[in-house]
Design a protein around this ligand. Sequence first.
Ligand SMILES: N[C@@H](CCC(=O)N[C@@H](CS)C(=O)NCC(=O)O)C(=O)O
Length: 233
Amino acid sequence: MIELYYAPTPNGWKPAILLEELGVPYELKLMALTKGVQFTPEYLAINPNAKMPAIVDHSVEGEPLAVWESGPILMYLAQKFEQFWPKKDWRYDLQLTQWMFWQTGNQGPMMGQLSHFKNYAPEENKAYGMKRYKGETERTLAVLERRLEAEGAFIMGEDYTIADIQAFPWVFLAKKLGAALEDFPKVTAWRETIKARPAVQRAIDLGKDKAKHDQNASNNNVLFNQGAGHLMN
Ligand SMILES: N[C@@H](CCC(=O)N[C@@H](CS)C(=O)NCC(=O)O)C(=O)O
């Protein structure tokens, strides 16, 4: 059995989409991030970075295996179940790996910050953050647009892979965050194709009634305003 440590956010949706696509049984561990469960010793033993998602795979030989960070989780599951990462040649593997790292090093952090400034930052501090991260978000949408123009329907051409699953969740929210999605027709079509998949719909519905929309940097110092003290004390 695989345990999925999850909250209904774009980063949580990534492994949830893959597990739903794979159709393998998993146990959902819904995390109350607003209450700080990510900082408990039990969770830090699973993910030393105190973020979700993480998985614990109990169906391996020996000790249960914890995997954290969405990119490695998707790469681990795709290799374990031999799906959504076609085995072709080393050039293909390297391309796919680069797009996984592109998402976690570029698109994810930039769109995450746009979401922070739009939804959670104090009003008086919003303007510069919004300008910077909307620009960076649209820059990453342009990178994806150019890739899809060159490759076809999906990031890896004809194959729907973990690179698409990794990049989809933030693009799913792009318009809501104020980015000009309509300027990117290939990305828009790609988003619609992925959004229509039943497994994707099941994943983004997981725990959505539990999402908290009333917490922000002014009223929650556990999830927001974090510093070293959250981990050192
Ligand atoms: N690079 C990480 C990002 C994970 C991340 O930022 N998770 C957020 C939710 S979207 C989180 O756990 N936040 C809790 C906190 O900041 O305390 C990944 O791709 O897994």
